[in-house]
Ligand binder design. Structure first.
Ligand code: FAD
Ligand code: NDP
Length: 313
């Protein structure tokens, strides 16, 4: 059975920053980057977006997939090895941990978990039948498809993603409706300004989606005003969820302490988890900041924590 110093699980900014630091520290890290793990391409959430304008060092902005490609290249240059496989489970019972990818089992002294988070869906009646036939959880990936051109498109959510995706979809749609379940948005003020200045976007407040309608593809939505309980039909040929994310922690099978919503609990001020030698960084342990730069920052911390642990082990 192969034996490693450090296995990094994941492929977003957290995983690659950890790999860059661990590689430079001569820890010879091995990354399992995932093969469309949790429904997202290797490279993580930024592969599903267009322009990233808030990552330091890119004053003109950079495309999300390009930023991740660069991070991957830098990991390799710094000495990381990368395998495009998904980790199915890990066994943390013994001092030498085991990592399982299909029939491949690898032993390792330390693990950094950087598996991020995945877009949530609502699973309203009709959704499974019409999934990918007018319904998507990634406007940036699917918005340009012909079925959405010059059509009325609806985005559900109220955070930065919902605003970003609504704005993005105006490039293709005849009109975009943002369905918000409260009377206020969670999105940052700058994003809100962008939203309200876009004439192609209509915001419908205090309204929730209850059902999707259509035979071969989406034709309308049933919605309900939560203040008045009044139900109505919205004509729409596209529905895009932007309602947040679920941390990718199922493969841990309860071996690490998680919070009530499934995020890995880490000791404040470090990336230590409930098991010595296992560290967590990025969105999988952060439901507050959830940014590329904060993920990268905690990836750096995880590599330094792992290095210290290996030094004293
Ligand atoms: P993620 O990016 O979530 O990547 C983790 C990846 O690990 C997964 O996607 C998967 O490929 C892999 N993985 C998962 N499970 C396994 C497994 N079992 N085995 C192997 N591999 C696995 N932030 C910004 O700062 N600026 C922005 O402009 C910005 N725009 C965004 C736009 C969108 C549409 C979204 C959804 C997010 C955006 N964010 C932005 C947030 C940012 O993308 C995340 O905070 C960041 O990507 C989190 O990085 P991460 O390293 O924790 O993991
Ligand atoms: P958030 O968790 O921030 O927001 C989710 C939104 O969806 C909330 O407004 C929530 O409503 C709403 N919602 C949740 N469930 C439902 C439901 N069942 N029905 C209707 N609405 C629902 O997620 P985001 O994906 O927007 O953002 C995640 C992180 O990524 C954030 O940190 C964000 O800042 C970052 N990001 C940054 C970007 C940028 O800087 N350019 C772009 C995109 C994301 P409620 O408010 O009522 O809870």
């Amino acid at each position: 059975m192969p034996m490693e110093n450090l296995i990094i699980i994941g492929s977003g900014p957290a995983a690659h920053t950890a790999a860059i630091y661990a590689g430079r520290a001569k820890l010879n890290p091995l990354i399992f980057e995932g093969l469309v793990a949790a429904g997202v391409a290797a490279g993580g959430q930024l592969t599903t977006t267009t322009e990233v304008e808030n990552y330091p060092g890119f004053p003109k902005g950079i495309l999300g997939p390009e930023l991740m490609e660069r991070m991957r290249d830098q990991s390799i240059k710094c000495g990381a090895r990368i395998e495009t496989v998904t980790v199915d489970k890990i066994d943390l019972k013994e001092k030498l941990f085991k990592v399982f990818c299909g029939s491949q089992v690898t032993k390792t002294k330390t693990i950094i978990i950087a598996t991020g988070a995945t877009a949530k869906r609502m699973f309203v009646p009709g959704e499974n039948r019409l999934w990918q036939k007018g319904i998507s959880a990634c406007a940036v990936c699917d918005g340009a498809l012909p079925i959405f051109r010059n059509k009325i498109l609806v985005v559900v959510g109220g955070g930065d993603s919902a605003v970003e995706e609504s704005t993005f979809l105006t490039k293709y749609a005849s009109k975009v409706i943002l369905l918000v379940r409260r009377d206020t948005l969670r999105a940052s003020k700058t994003m809100q300004e962008r939203l309200f200045s876009n004439k192609k976007i209509e915001v419908i407040w205090n309204t929730v989606l209850t059902e999707v309608v259509g035979e071969k593809s989406l034709t309308s939505l049933k919605v309900k005003n939560v203040k008045t309980n009044q139900e109505s039909i919205l004509e729409a040929n596209g529905l895009f969820y932007a309602i947040g994310h679920l941390p990718n922690t199922a493969f841990l099978d309860g071996q690490l302490t998680l919070d009530e919503t499934g995020y890995i609990k880490t000791t404040p001020g470090s990336t230590k988890t409930s098991i010595e030698g296992v560290f967590a960084c990025g969105d999988v342990q952060d439901k507050i900041y959830r940014q590329a730069i904060t993920s990268a920052g905690s990836g750096c911390m995880a590599a330094l924590d792992a290095e210290r642990y290996l030094h004293h082990a």
